[in-house]
Ligand binder design. Sequence first.
Ligand SMILES: O=C(O)[C@H]1O[C@H](OP(=O)(O)OP(=O)(O)OC[C@H]2O[C@@H](n3ccc(=O)[nH]c3=O)[C@H](O)[C@@H]2O)[C@H](O)[C@@H](O)[C@H]1O
Length: 434
Amino acid sequence: MASLFSVDTNKSTKLDRYNTYIRKVNSSTKFIVASSKLLYRMTILISALLICSFIVSHFLFISNNSNQHGRRLFSFGGGAAWEKNVRHSSIPKKTNGKVVLVTGAAGFVGSHCALALKKRGDGVIGIDNFNSYYDPSLKRARQELLAKHEIFIVEGDINDVDLVNKLFDIVPFTHVLHLAAQAGVRYAMENPLSYIHSNVNGFVNLLEIAKSANPQPAIVWASSSSVYGLNTKVPFSENDRTDQPASLYAATKKAGEEIAHTYNHIYGLSLTGLRFFTVYGPWGRPDMAYFFFTKDMIQGKPIKVYVSDKEVARDFTYIDDVVKGCLGAIDTAEKSTGSGGKKRGPAQLRVYNLGNTSPVSVKKLVAILENLLNIKAKKNLIRMPQNGDVPFTHANVSLAYGDFGYRPTTNLSSGLRKFVKWYLSYYGMQARTK
Ligand SMILES: O=C(O)[C@H]1O[C@H](OP(=O)(O)OP(=O)(O)OC[C@H]2O[C@@H](n3ccc(=O)[nH]c3=O)[C@H](O)[C@@H]2O)[C@H](O)[C@@H](O)[C@H]1O
């Protein structure tokens, strides 16, 4: 019995030990399972929190960095590939070529100027925010065209301090051709702040960065014929009155001219303002009358033709002439005299008219389009609304001619012929032209 007992005792001891072991194993398994479940849940929770915070910060970022048209202000990757594109695009192909930052490079005048500069061997970098003021697909098509010529357009806003600073850190620009702007005379009544944002804030931001740059670039920028406003003395000369703007657009361009004076005076920036007169042509702006008249006439829609006591007319200026004027202004721009935010001496400050010197009435514009399109327009003659328009513009360009040989050579009929040809081909239409 004793041995049996002892066997039994041994057995029961082993069994006890085994049971204790099993209990331990069970409890540690339970502990491990419970811990794993906890760990799993914690991982899911933390991942969800991370995803949420990423989404929230992403949307906050976008809303804090968007313009009035919902475009993000700041989209540069800043990575090695991006920097490589920036450097590559900005290298001149000819000795002593200029290194030009073109703002608004996906715009009408900007894209034409960027191409012209590149074709003659200058280094060009574009910047454009691709906003939706008018069909952004047209801006993308211009971007593609420029890309074929190895011009890189940085997607971003001139108000983006970090982005513009970064560009100046990478590239020692000799010139800035500043064409980024909120354009359009009548749209200023719909979205006034977009004019302040681009034409005032954006310009000041650019000047702040340019004045601190070393070297300081020379700046050529787009003012407007609209600064003459209610001035009645014709043709308009640069020293005529410009203190009666008829639209907020005109007022922001006039403000730009005064701001340019300040940066020239304090920091020695070389600044040239170009007063463009109703620029038109291939790859033009769909918000302009000649462009949407063409579209509406082809679609058989009526067009509104403004009339006033005085004949409504514009000094319509063909894009190639304006490009020549822009390049002439760049080529004659003297260097800025300051560096790193300090003026070292007086610097050049100029303003020029770039017009066609030969105003044409809007009625005549329509007649030319009718002829080119072989379509009779459905004209609604309406009294010119009080929406910022002025009845008449006419440029005296003798100053630009004297200083850089600016001489417009394209009349409205030949310029519109080229525009209509481009329009029909771009939108894939058959010519009904005579
Ligand atoms: O030189 C400039 O600084 C400006 O030129 C351009 O403004 P504008 O000269 O007003 O051109 P644009 O709108 O094409 O109207 C042309 C004509 O058509 C008349 N017009 C216009 C619209 C309409 O529906 N009917 C009409 O008769 C209208 O009364 C006008 O007589 C640029 O848009 C502007 O950004 C700025 O650069």
